[in-house]
Design a protein around this ligand. Structure first.
Ligand code: 2HG
Ligand code: ZN
Length: 462
């Protein structure tokens, strides 16, 4: 028996025959990312059903010297969870580990396995009268393990922080096949190194997240959602300042949406915005359990119109209307994908620099990429925009990346605010991060995964 067949047999012994996929058509959905930009070819997919099985799979692959690519919902948009095209890498899918182990409404915590869909965890929290405040357009497919491994952002970061700030405890299978079980639910735990931070946002390159304890928050009883048009990103920023002055930490989302984004959504998803005119829009949500939120929000919006900061707007009169406003924002990615080739950028700059960044980026893109259009939207409240450039198929992605990222760098920003590096931005990270930081990252990788068998080629070049 050759070595590959021997490994397959050993893996089948660990996970059972139904836990192994080798048929080409069935491998397809595990082989390529959501945008179909990074088609890979795994030798097989292995689907363990417990942390112990994950550990045994890692051990077996390590002994055979075979690289593993952990995969959750595969919605990260950076090609971080798909194998390369060599036909030698094995995809380790967590999609059989879906249990919610506990929802604790008093301790404000939820413990779930890595393959649990984010939406399922959100619903479980809601059923207990609590809120799991990670919210993103891909929440119906994204998994808890993927969300943690990617340190996902989303639309509520402004109020609740990135995923990192919500992780209380973590269980991780290390590249040597041991299990680090830190599934604690403590709010305060200063005993030694907080090692779980290493794995949050490591995109499966340092260990495999198998379960997590996430922080819940009390579920706000009321919310106000409004869509406003503003003249430009500078006015949007002034609106944010006003909203912060008047509503303080009740603001849970503050999203910027360009006319181009709404046009794409209308064309490809058939959703019509309730405001006909305008070039820039802000979707704002405030939430609280205390009475008086609506009045405070209306007073704030009244002041915004009076001062000429907001030009037009609608406030949702019901939960259904709020959902309609949110649908306009949530369909941007899908509509952009239907519209043809786009070069994505997931950037952040210090908040005051946002209007300058948008103006400079457009000048440079218009000059350097003939015929390009910009689809700008994102989490303005976090200083994070998706500055996606719509181009012809013939346009080179790297050239467009360089134009946008040079401006990001000039403003002291980041080339990835929330989606991570995956394989899409490996070269860009190496270019823009100082060499001391890159060296530090390599040392960490080497210390944990000396053989480089865990998700090779992601985040760092091999
Ligand atoms: C969003 O904010 C996601 O909707 C997707 O982060 C971003 O499609 C994108 O570029
Ligand atoms: Zn986003």
């Amino acid at each position: 028996m050759n070595r590959q067949a021997a490994l397959l047999e050993r893996l089948a012994d660990i996970v059972g025959p139904s836990g192994i996929i080798t048929d080409r058509p069935e491998l397809e959905s595990y082989s390529v990312d959501w945008r179909r930009l990074f088609p890979g070819r795994p030798s097989c997919v292995v689907r363990p059903s417990s942390s112990m099985q994950v550990a045994q799979v890692v051990q077996a692959c390590r002994e055979a010297g075979v690289p593993l690519v952990p995969q959750g919902g595969n919605t990260g948009l950076a090609g971080g969870a798909v194998p390369d095209a060599s036909g030698t890498q094995i995809v380790l899918s967590l999609n059989r580990m879906t249990a919610i182990r506990e929802v604790d409404p008093v301790g404000l915590a939820i413990e779930a396995e890595a393959g649990c869909i984010l939406k399922v965890a959100q619903d479980a929290a809601q059923a207990a009268g609590r809120l799991l405040p990670v919210s993103l357009a891909a929440e119906g497919s994204a998994t808890i393990g993927g969300v943690v491994a990617a340190n996902a952002g989303g639309v509520n970061v402004l109020r609740y922080g990135m995923t990192r700030s919500l992780v209380l405890g973590l269980e991780v299978v290390l590249p040597d096949g041991s299990i680090a079980n830190g599934l604690r639910r403590l709010r305060k735990d200063n005993a030694g190194y907080d090692w779980k931070q290493l794995f949050i946002g490591s995109e499966g390159t340092l260990g495999i997240v198998t379960a997590a304890v996430l922080r819940l928050v009390p579920r706000p009883k009321r919310a106000v959602t409004a869509l406003l048009s503003v003249a430009d990103p500078d006015a949007a920023l002034r609106l944010l300042e006003l909203a912060q002055d008047e509503l303080g930490d009740q603001i849970s989302a503050f999203e910027l949406i360009s006319r181009m984004s709404l046009d794409l959504v209308e064309k490809h998803a058939g959703l019509k915005p309730p405001i006909a005119e305008g070039e820039w829009f802000v979707l704002i949500e405030a939430a609280s359990s205390l009475a008086g939120l609506r009045e405070a929000a209306e007073a704030m919006l009244g002041a915004a119109f009076e001062r000429g900061i907001a030009l037009d707007g609608v406030i949702a009169e019901s939960g259904a209307q709020a959902a309609q406003l949110w649908a306009l924002r949530e369909h941007v990615t899908e509509s952009e994908a239907r519209g043809g080739k786009s070069v994505k950028h997931d950037v952040s700059v210090p908040l005051p620099a946002i209007p300058h960044f948008v103006a400079d980026a457009w000048k440079a893109v218009a000059a350097g990429v003939p015929g390009a259009r910009a689809n700008v939207f994102g989490h303005l409240g976090d200083g994070n925009l998706h500055y996606n450039v719509l181009v012809e198929d013939s346009h080179d992605t790297g050239t467009v990346n360089r134009i946008v990222h040079d401006i990001v760098a000039a403003y002291g920003g980041s080339i990835s605010a929330e989606h991570g590096i995956g394989q899409y931005r490996v070269g860009e990270l190496a270019r823009y991060r100082p060499s001391t930081e890159m060296e530090l990252a390599r040392k960490i990788k080497k210390a944990l995964d000396p053989e480089g068998l865990l998700n090779p080629g992601k985040v760092l070049s091999p």
